[in-house]
Design a protein around this ligand. Structure first.
Ligand code: NAD
Length: 229
């Protein structure tokens, strides 16, 4: 995407755009040609004004009382997120999580193409994962420079995260997707996005506990109290 096409939008908008895309692709598969803002907002449980604003940020405006052309909207969001141009990435740490990410072929649909995998374990180096040969981590900086890699994914233990981040930065990587449960220090020109399933699991567990507590009848509470006596 050319720099003049890159518009600055809020992070919450950026985070919502993939859900719109997911819904629109489903509607497209169902043969639906037009969709209204109300439909999108109801399906995704969002405020319609917010949805309209988010979609307008990608450069598309719906027709009043008609809605949006589903295909045009998909193209507009994909082009805005630059998902039409696949971005090559390197991944470091090929354990359970690294293997799972490598096995997820549809990252390509989201513009991410993992072209190099690295590990420090001599038993893993030289073996393959998802048709990619695992390379020694020490080779990462040189290869990243040579291949002009912009994105690095860290799926190694927390203790190794900073060492790996430093190697990525040495290799000219400017965007790091960090799955390790630790913060990493990077220069100002490097973007770090933490990916933590635990945070959303914490929200889920808390909401579940609240829902279960609200569902408990007074008889249940009496039963629990009797059992505890
Ligand atoms: P794992 O032990 O199965 O795999 C870690 C891999 O990293 C191993 O192959 C190991 O050899 C490699 N490694 C260690 N030091 C390295 C280094 N210096 N350079 C390159 N590779 C190195 O662990 P896992 O279960 O796959 O978890 C990986 C990381 O992801 C951990 O930090 C874990 O806490 C984290 N994790 C995060 C989430 C999340 O939601 N963010 C979810 C699961 C796991």
């Amino acid at each position: 995407m050319s720099p003049d096409k890159i518009k600055s939008v809020s992070e919450p908008t950026l985070r919502r755009l993939p859900s719109y895309l997911h819904l629109l692709k489903r509607l497209d598969q169902q043969g639906r040609g037009i969709v209204s803002c109300t439909y999108i907002s109801k399906d995704l449980k969002l405020d319609p004004t917010q949805v309209r604003k988010d979609l307008a940020a990608t450069g598309i405006v719906g027709k009043p009382k008609i809605g949006y052309d589903v295909n045009n909207l998909i193209r507009s969001i994909e082009s805005f997120l630059d998902w039409n141009n696949q971005t090559d990435a390197f991944l470091a740490g090929v354990g359970n999580l690294g293997r799972a990410l490598m096995g997820y072929e549809r990252f390509k649909d989201y513009g991410l193409n993992i072209v190099g995998v690295f590990d420090s374990d001599h038993e893993k180096i030289g073996t393959t994962v998802a048709d990619r040969k695992i390379l020694p981590i020490a080779k990462l900086p040189e290869l990243a420079r040579r291949m002009h890699i912009n994105i690095g994914i860290i799926t190694a233990p927390a203790e190794a995260a900073q060492i790996i981040a430093d190697l990525m930065i040495e290799g000219g990587i400017i965007a790091i997707w960090n799955f390790a449960p630790t913060s990493i220090k990077v220069p100002d020109n490097v973007i770090v996005e933490k990916a933590h399933l635990y945070t959303s699991l914490a929200v889920l567990s808390h909401k579940l506990a609240e829902a279960l507590a609200n569902e408990r009848s007074p008889e249940d509470e009496k039963g629990i109290a009797n059992k505890l006596e």
